[in-house]
Design a protein around this ligand. Structure first.
Ligand SMILES: [Zn+2]
Length: 286
């Protein structure tokens, strides 16, 4: 460690105390350099909430040292997946198990129609890439998942992974809801958890725009606030309360589907099932 020559330094370690300005526990006090002696924990230190609070005060001293000016670091610009790379995956659908499953429950035309709508691609090794496009049709990332072509179920031994990690190490990822590029103000927007569910439900109910969060914990206000409307929310079994709270914070008038939880209670669905599982049963497709 180098000696900075300064009389005071911010306390080392991960501990934070209450900030005198914003009262969050995000404050690092100044100590005498090389010691752990706090100068004044209610006055001298720096708040880590550099964008919202900005409190920073170096211990007042009689020498001529002045604290370095506060430098505002703007958020890094969002990175996108190059469109050429995305389009290069629109091939080999006869080897794509998810596409083959779509062909099985619909027909070849509908399978291609759904592909050109949601723009999923084929990855090496039997994977399906669900590209995440924003409203400007820029690609935020792609999620690769593996399915059984006959049952349409996920392969339990193959984990999903995100494509942006292979593009560059410091890729600035800002995720949006899957299907955001399809959302318009003049069509009802229905939200589910899985990409597969959104795509297949859209095959059954094309008059509605189906979007997906890509995970139970993937709903947040950034992603929801980007939508012009949200009409119906279909939480997976077990996620109703969480999704009711998260979606209601942005769209208090949206409807919450209760049919999935009800069907689980009645023994029609299994724990953790979703609206697609129920729809497939209703249509005699399982
Ligand atoms: Zn603060």
């Amino acid at each position: 460690m180098s000696n900075t020559g300064y009389k005071y330094e911010l306390q080392k370690g991960s501990k934070h105390i209450l900030c005198p300005k914003c009262h969050h526990k995000t404050f690092k006090p100044y100590v005498r350099t090389g010691t752990n002696v706090i100068v004044d924990s209610k006055l001298f230190g720096r708040c880590e909430r550099i964008q919202s609070c900005r409190y920073h005060r170096y211990p007042d001293t009689n020498d001529n040292w002045t604290p370095p000016p506060f430098v505002y670091e703007p958020p890094k610009p969002t990175d996108y997946v190059p469109m050429g790379l995305v389009e290069a995956t629109f091939k080999n659908f006869n080897r794509n198990p998810f596409f083959l499953y779509l062909r099985k429950i619909f027909n070849l035309d509908t399978a291609y129609e759904l592909q050109s709508k949601y723009l999923f691609g084929t990855a090496k090794g039997g994977g399906t890439i669900f590209w995440q496009l924003d409203e400007e049709k820029k690609v935020r990332t792609g999620k690769v998942m593996y399915y059984n072509k006959d049952t349409g179920k996920r392969l339990k031994d193959r984990a999903s992974w995100y494509v942006h990690r292979k593009i560059k190490e410091d890729f600035e990822l800002k995720q949006v809801l899957f299907g955001e590029h399809l959302v318009t103000n003049d069509k009802p927007v229905y939200l589910a958890e899985s990409e597969k569910t959104a795509i297949i439900m859209s095959g059954f109910y094309p008059e509605v725009t189906w979007i997906a969060s890509g995970g139970a914990n993937m709903l947040n206000s950034y992603r929801l606030n980007r939508l012009p409307r949200l009409d119906y929310v279909f939480a997976d079994n077990g996620q109703f309360k969480l999704w009711e709270r998260k979606s209601g914070a942005v769209f208090p008038d949206r409807q919450m589907d209760v049919s999935v939880d009800r069907a689980v209670n009645e023994g029609i669905l299994k724990s953790g099932d979703d609206i697609l599982d129920l729809e497939l049963i209703k249509r005699g497709l399982v």
